[in-house]
Ligand binder design. Structure first.
Ligand SMILES: *[C@@H]1O[C@H](CO)[C@@H](O)[C@H](O)[C@H]1NC(C)=O
Length: 392
């Protein structure tokens, strides 16, 4: 049976390669196009956002008689559920987990291309209200709503969590500010764990963030609340990058901030990535990242002294207390990650109570995006990730 499934997965992969790739497709079109089942769920948060979540309830062959354990995957900043499917079966983590016997759920954070809905506000006509959130609210409101929705639907009391980049930041927010959720997490898998971020290896990132207050003031004065030009970037990426003559430029644009070594990038996959990325997001997410990179403190949003006093009762924003995180957490990080130094990752690990494991990807060239898109990601990372999940 397992061998049969493998043959089907492999032939689907080959067929797609021959007939054309997933350029131009939404995540659901990709999933169904590869012969996997998909469901779309709308999940409402306490503060009124209506999120679009996708589900791959089982692998290409449904040969399981017992209920499948749930894995919830959350994407990074200006990204989407596409991160976990756009490299195709046998390669992207969504498919790998579905084929390994899991019930896979893919989140879309509030405000991204697929989660632009709210019970009262419009992302187009009330941008100032709709986009008034950072990754704090994504962890504090979106993730609890999703976890409760899924556990309720299945009658379960816990699930596996996987996050990449901002999907790890918001997990740290959730598990430290709503500690009652820790018992609902069997194991949290953090890929490129972005908690402490004060020492990014890419010096240009730090320089940019040293001016974040000035940028934030300019955006606020210009009434810019949403990260602009993402659609133009998607169109540019999914058309220009199809042409081999542009591969080098495209790779440079997509990867340089993420790590200088791009040996794990397959340029012909860039148009697929660019089809759904960058997805939309709030300026406040960027500003909040800028603040924690500038100050080196993994802290709540800094509104300025007076507003901080009103919101938090202190002049500076409170730090996230990672010692409140009691769920088992496995950390996966890389040497060539332009955003996350090993020093910062180690600091985050040292503050979390229940460390289930730490794993340095055994390739120096591995960068921040390679956690999703590297050509050798299965051998270098996902085999280890899946084996660790199976132990919990
Ligand atoms: C937003 O959500 C509401 C309630 O679920 C739904 O009726 C409406 O069609 C959605 N709007 C969009 C643009 O998806």
């Amino acid at each position: 049976m397992i061998k049969f499934a493998h043959v089907i997965v492999f032939s689907t992969f080959l067929l797609t390669w021959v007939l054309g790739s997933d350029v131009g497709l939404t995540p659901v079109q990709m999933i169904e196009g590869h012969g996997y089942p998909s469901e779309t769920h709308y999940i409402k948060t306490e503060d009124g956002y209506i999120l679009t979540y996708y589900r791959i309830p089982h692998g290409i062959v449904d040969d399981s008689t017992s209920p499948r354990p749930t894995v919830l995957l959350q994407h990074g900043f200006i990204s989407s559920a596409a991160d976990y499917v756009n490299m195709g079966p046998g390669r992207s983590l969504g498919y790998i987990l579905a084929d390994a016997g899991y019930d896979v759920w893919l989140g879309n954070a509030r405000g991204n291309t697929f989660s632009r809905n709210h019970t009262i506000w419009s992302p187009d006509f009330n941008k100032n209200l709709f986009f008034d959130f950072s990754w704090h609210e994504i962890g504090y409101y979106d993730y609890p709503a999703a976890i409760d929705y899924i556990l309720n639907l299945k009658g379960d009391d816990s699930l596996y969590y996987v996050g990449h980049s901002q999907g790890t930041t918001s997990f740290l927010v959730l598990a430290s500010t709503r500690p009652e959720y820790n018992k609902k997490i069997k194991l949290a898998t953090l890929l490129a764990p972005a908690g402490h971020m004060g020492n990014p290896p890419n010096a240009a990132v730090k320089e940019y963030c040293m001016l974040i207050d000035e940028y934030a003031a300019t955006w606020a004065a210009s009434l810019i609340f949403e990260i602009p030009n993402t659609e133009a970037a998607r169109i540019w990426g999914s058309t220009t990058c199809v042409l081999p003559v542009n591969y080098a430029d495209c790779a440079a644009v997509y990867y340089t901030t993420m790590g200088i070594d791009i040996t794990e990038v397959e340029p012909e996959m860039l148009p697929v990535i660019a089809t759904n990325a960058p997805a939309d997001a709030a300026i406040k997410e960027l500003v909040h990242y800028g603040q924690i990179i500038k100050t080196g403190n993994f802290a709540k949003f800094d509104y300025g002294m007076m507003t901080n006093l009103m919101v938090y009762g202190s002049m500076t924003p409170p730090l996230y207390d990672l010692s409140k995180i009691t769920a088992p957490v496995a950390f996966y990080y890389a040497t060539n990650d332009g955003l996350l130094s090993i020093e910062d990752v180690k600091q985050t690990i040292s503050e979390v109570s229940n460390v289930a494991g730490e794993y340095l990807v055994p390739l120096d060239a591995f960068n921040h995006y390679d956690f999703l898109f590297a050509k050798d990601v299965v051998e270098l990372l996902y085999n280890e990730v899946v084996a660790t999940i199976k132990k919990f």
